[in-house]
Design a protein around this ligand. Structure first.
Ligand SMILES: [Zn+2]
Ligand SMILES: [Zn+2]
Length: 82
């Protein structure tokens, strides 16, 4: 039995598979989308089904101060003393 690796689209065989974010990956294809460091299955963050390392990437990208967080109060009337 084999699966298709979501990163390289090649077959993943049982002996080399790791499971994370509900998918089966080659051991060395389970990498952070952002910095490409190898992740351990279940020991990393995830966003839109893609793996990220907790630090620094996930926090930097999607954390409370991350750059992909939508800004609150999108109107032009942001009060300077808020
Ligand atoms: Zn792969
Ligand atoms: Zn990373």
């Amino acid at each position: 039995m084999s699966w298709t690796c979501p990163r390289c689209q090649q077959p993943v065989y049982f002996a080399e598979k790791v499971s994370s974010v509900g998918k089966n990956w080659h051991r060395f294809c389970l990498k952070c989308e952002h910095c490409h460091s190898i992740l351990s299955p279940g020991g990393h963050a995830e966003h839109n089904g893609r793996p990220y390392c907790h630090k620094p990437c996930y926090g930097a990208l999607f954390g409370p101060r991350g750059k992909f967080q939508p800004r609150r109060g999108q109107g032009p009337q942001d009060s300077p003393c808020g």
